[in-house]
Design a binder for this molecule. Structure first.
Ligand code: OFO
Length: 172
């Protein structure tokens, strides 16, 4: 059985994952408005992936007979100076989420809650990938940000992202 403290921490993480989805959807809307359909597509899939993450926590709490309690979502920013500024914010956000997952894993250890520790392992690995994939775009944007043709090509490239990863994240 989950401790009360753990149920609260896992519920807080549902909020954090939904907030991630909200941030990336706001970025997608910003990119759509700025006529970067590829970046918008990438962020939209990222938002879907975050919904999948939230649902993993949701399902886990229920499976362990805890009580899911949803709380208010903070409004995200709505615009950024440049595509690079948006992706840099996304990277900072992923680093913040990695810190949260690490704290959850430490709590599971402290409580000798090995089932939750095992559940969290997927997220520990996922955060390595999340940070790396956003950082790769940040590095590309740094290279091309002053060259419209480069930005155009990168937008095209990010438009090729497939929903496979997002679907996998949302799978049971
Ligand atoms: Fe859920 O990984 Fe990003 O935030």
């Amino acid at each position: 059985m989950l401790s009360e403290r753990m149920v609260k921490a896992l519920n807080d993480q549902i909020n954090a994952e939904l907030h991630s989805a909200y941030i990336y959807l706001a970025m997608s809307a910003y990119f759509a408005d700025a006529n970067f359909p590829g970046f918008a597509h990438w962020m939209r899939l990222q938002a879907q992936e975050e919904l999948g993450h939230a649902m993993k926590f949701y399902d886990y709490i229920i499976e362990r007979r805890g009580r899911v309690q949803l709380t208010a979502l903070e409004a995200p920013a709505t615009s950024w100076e440049t595509p690079l500024a948006a992706f840099e914010d996304a990277l900072k956000h992923e680093q913040y989420i990695s810190g949260r997952i690490n704290k959850l894993a430490s709590l599971a250890l402290e409580e000798h809650d090995h089932a939750t520790g095992s559940f969290l392992k997927w997220f520990v690995d996922e955060q390595v990938e999340e940070e790396a994939s956003v950082d790769a775009v940040v590095q590309d944007l740094k290279r091309v940000q002053d060259y419209p043709a480069g930005l155009f090509m990168l937008d095209r490239e990010l438009g090729q992202r497939t929903p496979a990863a997002a679907e996998e994240a949302g799978a049971e």
